[in-house]
Design a protein around this ligand. Sequence first.
Ligand code: BDP
Length: 327
Amino acid sequence: MKAMRALRAVALAAAALLPWVPATGQAQEWRGWNIHAADYPNGRGLDRFGELVMQRTNNRIRMRTYHSAQLGQQDEAIQQMRLGSIDFGNFNLSPFNNLAPSTNVVTLPFLFRNVAHSHAAIDGIAGAEIAKDLEAIGIIALAWYDGGARSVYSTRPIRTPADMRGLKIRVQTSDLWIDLMRALGANPTPLPFGEVFTSLQSGVIDAAENNYPSYESTRHFEVARYYTTTEHSNVPEVLAVSQQRWRRASEAERNILRDAARESATLQRQLWAERERVSRQRVEAAGVTVIELTDRSPWSALMEPVYAKYAATPRLSGMVQAIRALP
Ligand code: BDP
């Protein structure tokens, strides 16, 4: 009897310890989050990440990505990553703006000159700072995906900042985005990505903003027929794992995860460039009016208050300067 009780106590103690034992031999299931469809560049990137990790750990880490927001919308998924109930995912950096200060810098309007400039920043100084802030909230950044140039689309034509006045526009959940749209005279409403289509349809909002691939893949173009190339933000995306998993991973597993993430980002960026072209062609073929802006200075001139508020600390304004100084 005594022996049995002792054995049980040992078994219970071992079970309590289990989550903290590095599971070197044991197979693990990791659940991944993706807001987009599986065939979207980000979905393909996540699937590649999963395949590489499985191959290189001899299936010790089994990766399964749940595409098309099956595990919830972005804000919920971020909370689940922090709690460790989602193990990895690809996120836009804007929903972190209120949680991780340095993500505001790369959301700032008209900061990047072009795609190469945004890659140089996020693969270097900006990425290093953001990774620190994300780690502080329980998220380990492994690589950076292309977030594309975001532009305004609406149920009515937008040509100048004056056309933005009173426009009910959907934004991601972020104070910076609210202030950015207010600085243009618009009336911003934070909404989950998955609610944009019906909100446009019912008139709850008149407009939203996103890159060509998201505008096309969500079919928002069917209800908001005018796309104005404001290209006001080029906020990058992160491929991340939960700190809970990371803590328990061995050094060899961490290296596998890091390398696989970088390789998946290379794929995502290649597919991204192609998808931007294809998506633009698709929406034009569907009769969307693309309003091309050649001079964005009347827009960027209104962004001073946003910089003043969101790049206010020496650390964040230093990041802005360092990014601007990049060749
Ligand atoms: C897309 C991003 C996605 C965001 C979405 C949005 O890839 O992560 O959730 O925009 O606007 O471009 O919510």
